[in-house]
Design a protein around this ligand. Structure first.
Ligand SMILES: NC(=O)c1ccc[n+]([C@@H]2O[C@H](COP(=O)([O-])OP(=O)(O)OC[C@H]3O[C@@H](n4cnc5c(N)ncnc54)[C@H](O)[C@@H]3O)[C@@H](O)[C@H]2O)c1
Ligand SMILES: [Zn+2]
Length: 358
């Protein structure tokens, strides 16, 4: 069992990583109240709700099962969570457990932050993406019909419990989407981790015990370190958005259908790496190394058919990360080191995207 202690302001968040840790962890260390509500979705409930209930057996446990899917990450589902909590006559002394991927994690954390002005939360992330990314750092929220993740807040949990055994049932495509974020951490912060992935990706994908634990621990450590330095994304936290400017534009161009977030990020990282080389930061060899790694892992590198440059350009213009009308684009100055540039205008980004249309 490995542990990371994330500290933000006065809040301490233990992140526990291990295999089959449900059997050994003393969950009472992280729950001070008697009432526990486990919130999950219908897919995960079939697989892991029983064992999660067992984990909390010494508490007064109730469960809420929501429909599965990003399309339910909205205010109506938040309303369902509030309805359940209020009808169950629960008050501030409840601990809410988010058992699921990023969709459940984001919604449940937002509900926990706002119900009775904030109640305790525990994350049990069940996707690779949620373990390496969304369960760490406090960002949470829901989509609005006019855009993704437009409503939200920051809510840190009492603990994050990551059990790698849970990933065995994750569909391969979802696992590979999480791998895009894994590669991102190597690219922006840790060259030797990038090299480790390059050498060991087959083992990681097969979920070899040591390789997977090392991968999740390294990613969670990097994310924790970046969040500790800049919780509210005033500065360095923005490097976590490497590959996301084009990634988000691709997702939006496809109306968030038929492409997973990690798949769009894989393409976005390829384009951002090419731009880093075009701007004279990355060497040609470094860029080829990155592209080869993505291709070897059968990750997408080109903008999908039917998406036009005009559509990409339109959505680049809507990027939420803009400050005072200027783009903040994340570049690599070498593998393992990223920085924020405000020098790239939309015309340049639009022109370069032409090279990546399938
Ligand atoms: N808060 C943050 O910092 C942050 C960061 C990145 C992404 N996100 C958000 O995360 C969401 C995406 O999360 P995701 O990729 O985890 O998707 P997801 O939560 O939709 O999960 C993907 C699919 O896998 C299923 N699933 C989950 N765990 C499983 C398991 N162990 N076995 C079998 N099936 C399982 C789910 O039911 C779902 O169908 C997006 O809404 C995104 O905005 C948030
Ligand atoms: Zn992402």
């Amino acid at each position: 069992m490995k542990k990371i202690n994330l500290k933000v302001n006065d809040i301490k968040v233990p992140i526990i990583i291990g295999r089959e840790i449900f059997k050994t962890i003393n969950i009472a260390e992280y729950v001070s109240k008697n009432d526990v509500v486990i919130v999950t979705n219908s897919t995960i409930a079939k697989l892991y709700l029983m064992q999660t209930r067992r984990l909390f057996r010494e508490f007064n446990v109730s469960t809420l099962v929501l429909p599965d899917g990003e399309k339910h990450k909205n205010i109506q589902t938040i309303q369902k969570i509030y309805d359940f909590l209020i009808k169950s006559k629960l008050d501030r002394s409840v601990t809410i457990v988010a058992l699921g991927g990023g969709v459940i994690g984001d919604m449940v954390a937002f509900a926990a932050d706002t119900f009775m002005r904030g109640v305790d939360l525990i994350h049990i992330p069940t996707t690779l993406l949620a373990q390496v990314d969304s369960s760490i750092g406090g960002k949470c929220g829901i989509n609005h019909p006019l855009g993704k993740n437009l409503i939200g807040s920051f809510k840190h949990p009492r603990a994050v419990i990551m059990d790698t055994a849970i990933l065995q049932t994750l569909p391969k495509r979802e696992f590979m989407a999480g791998m895009a974020e894994v590669i991102k951490y190597g690219l922006i912060k840790n060259k030797s981790f990038f090299n480790f992935i390059d050498k060991n990706y087959l083992k990681i994908i097969k979920q070899d015990y040591d390789s997977l634990i090392k991968t999740i621990f390294t990613c969670a450590s990097i994310k924790s370190q970046v969040v500790q330095e800049d919780e509210l994304e005033g500065g360095v936290r923005a490097i976590l958005n490497f590959g996301h400017t084009f990634g988000h534009a691709i997702e939006a161009s496809k109306n968030y259908k038929g492409i997973l977030h990690g798949e769009a990020i894989s393409i976005g990282m390829n384009i951002a790496s090419a731009i880093s080389a075009d701007q004279g930061y990355l060497t040609h060899d470094e860029y080829c190394n990155i592209e080869d790694m993505l291709l070897n892992m059968s990750m997408p590198t080109m903008i999908p058919k039917k998406i036009t440059v005009a559509s990409i350009a339109k959505h680049l213009g809507h990027d939420k990360k803009k400050i005072a009308g200027k783009n903040r684009f994340i570049l690599l100055d070498k593998i393992g080191s990223a920085f924020i540039s405000d020098k790239l205008n939309n015309k340049y980004l639009k022109d370069i995207s032409k090279n990546f249309i399938s």
